[in-house]
Design a protein around this ligand. Structure first.
Ligand SMILES: Cc1cc2nc3c(=O)[nH]c(=O)nc-3n(C[C@H](O)[C@H](O)[C@H](O)COP(=O)(O)OP(=O)(O)OC[C@H]3O[C@@H](n4cnc5c(N)ncnc54)[C@H](O)[C@@H]3O)c2cc1C
Length: 302
C-alpha cells in the first residue's frame, strides 16, 4: 500500500495535498509539501507514524511553526500537524493537555480557571508540543518549571510517559531535540489563586510590553539568535553594527528589535538565511563571537 492508498483507506484525519507551508509558519515562508496531515486522535497519529516509518517516508511534525525557517523547496513527504490534538482537562491544580493546544489560549484558559504559574507563556505563539520540545520560556521561567510528566511516541512507536526529571530539560533544550520522539500529551502542575484578575492584569501588561518592544506587526519567528552570555545581548551586538533596518530580498532586520528578522515584503526562507549568515559573519568579524541561531532550518538539504 502506498501513502496515497493508506491515507484514503485509513481515516487518520484531515489530509491536504500539495499544501503551501507558508500558511503554517509564523514567518510565512516555506514551499509545498506532498501531504499535510492532521491526525484526529493520538491513536491515529501512532498509526500514521508507524506506516511512515515502515515505508521509509520522510515526515516532519510541525507545531505552530513559530520557530522554523522552512525552505522554498518542495517537502517530499508528509508534514504532520497536531492541531486536532487539543483536549485539555483540569483536575485541581493539575492540567493535562494535548500537544496541539495553543500555548496562548492555554494561558488564558488557566487564568480564567484561577490557576497561576503559566503566565510566563502567555505571549509565546507556540503549540504545547513545540513549547515542550524547545523548553520555551520567558520572564525567568520555562516549561520545565510547570511540567510534571510528558507522554510521547518513542522511536518504536510505543506511547511512553516519563517524569520531567528524565526529560533532560535545560535552557531552551529538552530530550525531544535529541531523540526521535513525538510529544502527544503533557501533565502540568500549577497553583490555585484567589484573584484571577491579578494574573490577567500581569499577562496584559506583558502583552503590552511585547507589542511595544517587538515587531509583532510583521511575520517573524521571535528572537533569531541566543544571547552569547547572560550579559551580552545578540540584539545589542547587531544594533551596534548599524544593521537595524538592513534587508535582503523581503527579509529585514527589525528596526524595533535587532534580534528579530521580519518578513516585510514576501520574503523567502532563503532571504532569511542569507540575512542570518551575513549577521553571523559581521558579528564574528567585529567581536569574534559565534552567534547561535535559535530557530530551526527545515528542508534546506543537509
Ligand atoms: C512573536 C514571537 C515571540 C516569541 N517569543 C518567545 C519567547 O518569549 N520564548 C520562547 O521560548 N520562544 C519564543 N518564540 C519562539 C517559539 O514560539 C518557540 O520556540 C516555540 O516553542 C515553538 O513552538 P511551535 O509549536 O511553534 O513549534 P514549531 O516551530 O512548529 O516547531 C519547532 C520544533 O519543534 C518540533 N515539534 C513541534 N511539535 C512537536 C511535538 N508535538 N513533538 C515533538 N516535536 C515537536 C518541530 O518538529 C520542530 O523541530 C517566539 C516566536 C514568535 C514568532
Amino acid at each position: 500500500m502506498n501513502i496515497k492508498e493508506f491515507l484514503e483507506k485509513e481515516n487518520i484525519g484531515e489530509v491536504r495535498v500539495d499544501e503551501e507551508l507558508t500558511k503554517h509558519t509564523t514567518y510565512r515562508v516555506g514551499g509545498k509539501c506532498n501531504y499535510f496531515v492532521q491526525p484526529s486522535s493520538i491513536d491515529n497519529l501512532v498509526k500514521l507514524i508507524k506506516f511512515l516509518k515502515d515505508n521509509n517516508i520522510k515526515y516532519k511534525v510541525l507545531g505552530n511553526g513559530s520557530n522554523v525557517i522552512v525552505s522554498s523547496n518542495v517537502f517530499n513527504g508528509v508534514i504532520i500537524s497536531l492541531t486536532k490534538l487539543n483536549n485539555v482537562e483540569i483536575d485541581g491544580e493539575y492540567v493535562t493537555v494535548e500537544a496541539g493546544f495553543s500555548v496562548i489560549k492555554l494561558s488564558n484558559y488557566l487564568a480564567n480557571n484561577y490557576l497561576g504559574g503559566f503566565e510566563f507563556a502567555s505571549g509565546i505563539p507556540a503549540q504545547i508540543g513545540g513549547a515542550v520540545y524547545m523548553n520555551a520560556g520567558a520572564y525567568k521561567s520555562d516549561m520545565s518549571e510547570v511540567i510534571e510528566e510528558v507522554t510521547f511516541i518513542d522511536e518504536n512507536c510505543n506511547l511512553v510517559t516519563l517524569p520531567k526529571e528524565k526529560l533532560d530539560f535545560s535552557y531552551r533544550h529538552s530530550i525531544f531535540q535529541d531523540k526521535d520522539y513525538i510529544v502527544v500529551k503533557v501533565k502540568m502542575k500549577l497553583y490555585k489563586v484567589k484573584d484571577r484578575d491579578e494574573i490577567l492584569t500581569l499577562m496584559n501588561d506583558r502583552r503590552q510590553r511585547r507589542i511595544e518592544t517587538q515587531p509583532l506587526e510583521y511575520p517573524s519567528a521571535g528572537s533569531v539568535f541566543r544571547n552569547p552570555a547572560e550579559d551580552i545581548y545578540s540584539g545589542k551586538l547587531i544594533e551596534d553594527l548599524g544593521l537595524k533596518g538592513f534587508s535582503i530580498g523581503g527579509a529585514k532586520i527589525s528596526e524595533k528589535h535587532a534580534n528579530f528578522i521580519v518578513n516585510y515584503n514576501n520574503a523567502t526562507a532563503e532571504d532569511i538565511k542569507k540575512l542570518i549568515d551575513l549577521i553571523k559573519e559581521k558579528v564574528k568579524d567585529k567581536y569574534n563571537i559565534d552567534l547561535m541561531v535559535e530557530q530551526e532550518f527545515v528542508n534546506f538539504g543537509d
